[in-house]
Design a protein. Sequence first.
Length: 289
Amino acid sequence: MTASSMKDESTSSKHRKRKRQRNPKPSKEEPIETKLKIQRDTKICKNNQRGGSSSASSKRPKPSNFLDTLRERLSGGQFRMLNEKLYTCSGQEALDYFKEDPEMFDMYHTGYQQQMTNWPELPVNSIIEWLLSRSSSLVVADFGCGDARIAKSVKNKVFSFDLVSKNPSVIACDMSNTSLESSSVDVAVFCLSLMGTNYSSYIKEAHRVLRPSGMLLIAEVKSRFDPNNGGADPKDFVKAVCDLGFTSVLKDFSNKMFILLHFKKKEQLNSNEKKIKWPELKACLYKRR
Ligand code: SAH
């Protein structure tokens, strides 16, 4: 996340229009986000008092810059904390966490969108292109849909799942346990969403809801599959998915940032599910920039 991109977000006109508070005295117990609003408002008052044209002000560090920097650090730090949490807890724990504090989900997604601005190409666009090149009658399940970009971009019927529902088309749940009927969808998508420590249960759920010959599309952060750097061996991962009852049809490692794996659900059920060895997937942690 670049400092400048966070700055753009924090000083957007939307934020500037927020109601001012007259006595900005945050107590120690206040959540960081509340403090941030107060700091923003304090900045507006100070800027107004200065009238924006003092030569003296250029001789000392501008408080607004200092506050912006502080704000960037706090929200960047909070995003990294949430991101790490999602990679190191189960889906159910993540669901409970966001149920208690849905604002944290907004905080996570603001940071996530900032991170994505650093990616030259978004994996979700590859998945959208794939869907657009096929029949729009295919029924799609988007597991960990985020802002539901897939549903917004294709004509297909798309069931979008995430931990929190920010619009009525998104179904809030832990995606290891969706409300879909068995064998009811043609395409299951995981785009950067195999985050929980129990990620295999998400793939098992996708297997349950897919029709025989249905497609499983996975896009994941490349570094999670770099065995030389603590990541999983992609061969082990592909084998585990195949052992569950899929055939591998595409392994694309050509992108610098993400890998694309496509599987087709086998007609026959596999009976050796207990023996599947799912490799641990390395958490994708973002560095402080
Ligand atoms: N697929 C979207 C968003 C990726 S971010 C895109 O490519 O833009 C990963 C998303 O997965 C987050 O929104 C997160 O909340 C969701 N997620 C992670 N674990 C989940 C779970 N157990 N159940 C539902 N959603 C989950």
